[in-house]
Every structure is written in structure tokens, then in C-alpha cells.
Design a binder for this molecule. Sequence first.
Ligand SMILES: [Zn+2]
Length: 285
Amino acid sequence: MRVRHILANNPSPMTGTGTNSYLVGEGTVALIDPGPNDPAHLAALLAALDPGENVAAILVTHAHLDHTGLTRALIAATSAPVFAFGDCHSGRSAVMQTHMANGLTGGGEGVDPAFAPDRLLTDGQILTLGNLTIEVLHTPGHMGGHLCFACEGQLFSGDHVMGWASSLVSPPDGDMGAYMTSLRRLATRDWHIIHPGHGAPIQDPAARLATLIAHRETREAEIMTALTAHPGTAEMLAARIYTETPQALLPAATRNVLAHLIDLASRNRVTCTGPLTADSMFFPA
Ligand SMILES: [Zn+2]
């Protein structure tokens, strides 16, 4: 199976070297993740196609602007339909919706509110595009509507699994309980290689998945230890735990800690006074 990798020129602390777009197959191809709204990236994607090749579908892992910004321009250039799980709010859990109704705020980093796919995909669906057979995996966690795409033992993982960094999990878009469930589910399968939304291909998928799961379990244990010493808000706990994180990344770290606290609360390991919000003071349960 031919995989062409086209890197967008949008490097940053949150995107690493930039967003990866992929052309999968030959002749009739699937395009995975349009990338940011940048004419140079559009030109690079179109130039990567061989003469006469047809983009049969634009597959989108999730509705963050660094993945979807170029969608409209790509539709205009290729006439291909856009397939995704749903819009930027799709797939949000009932627990997260309850917290939002009770005053949980924040999140929404980089979300594309205008994203509207032509066709909605569901977990386990098999797409047949020319000679390509692509399996759809719903992997909520980084975002409720996040999808991974599998083809011939190769996984296109979007922002769910990356080699260079762990994923931002910022409630209410991000859901730590769902993220861990999605990671553990991927770890039950045998992958040859993982092509992430940012960074280099992951050549040792099983080891990387195990590392990511262990990293979050360690973080959760650190949060419980810190909370047992002193109750705190997500912000206070992030400052105490992420002692080596650059100041600019502490707000993202705070969102990750809040995601852990929401997950811990749903498992009755921590509690807070009043409804759970971004500023709640948490205690061990
Ligand atoms: Zn993302």
C-alpha cells in the first residue's frame, strides 16, 4: 500500500513539526486530514498526486483547525466528499455534558466550529475506495468525535497517538476516561506502523501505546499523591506536578490535570465541593 506523507508548514509547541496529511493508495486515493488553511499546503497536496489520480474521499480524524482548515479548498480542488465522525461537538459523553450544564468551562482550543462533513462515519465501518479497504475506529479522548483509520495493518492515528508528545486532553472536548479506553483498545491489536497527525511515523506501535498508557497512569498517581498531601485546584496541582514544563505550556498541562480529575471523580477517587468546574477545589474521596 502506498502512503504519501505531506507535512504542513505550521510548526508550533502544540503541533510539533506541523500537521501531517496523508495520501493513501494509488490511482484512487484517500486523503487523510486536509491540514491547516494554507495555500502552500494545498499546492503541495495537489502536486503529490500523480497525473490522473483521483481523490475518492477526504477522511478527517477530528475537527481541530490544524487538521480541517484546508477542507473547503480541497473540496473545491478535488470535488471529493468529506467523511468524519461528526462536527466539533460530536461524540461528547453524557458525563461531560452534565458537567457543562453545571458550569464546566474552558476547552475549545483550536476547534473548527464550521466543520461539517458530507458523510458521517461510525465505529467499525469498512470503507471501500477503489482497491483500498479502510476500517474506521472511533477513538474518543483527544476529542469526542476523534477517528483513527486502519488499512493493511497500518494505523492513521490523528492526534490520539503521537511519537513526539502525549495528546492534549482538554475537557469538555477531551475526555481522559475515554482516551484511556481508546488507547487500551488500540493496544489489543497488532499494528505494523502508526502514522500520526504530528511527528514521525511510529515504528514500534505496541511499545509506544504501552508507554502512553503508563505515562497517564503515572500522572494519575502523581495527582492522587499531590492531592493527598494538599487539596487543590487543577491549576495548583499542575504547578506542583509539572515542575519542568515551560511556563507557556502550563495552561495546557492544567487542562490535562483537570481531565484526570474529572475522570477520577467519575470513578469516585476524588471529590469536590459543589458542582465540578474548571476552578473547583479537589480532595481525595
Ligand atoms: Zn487535535
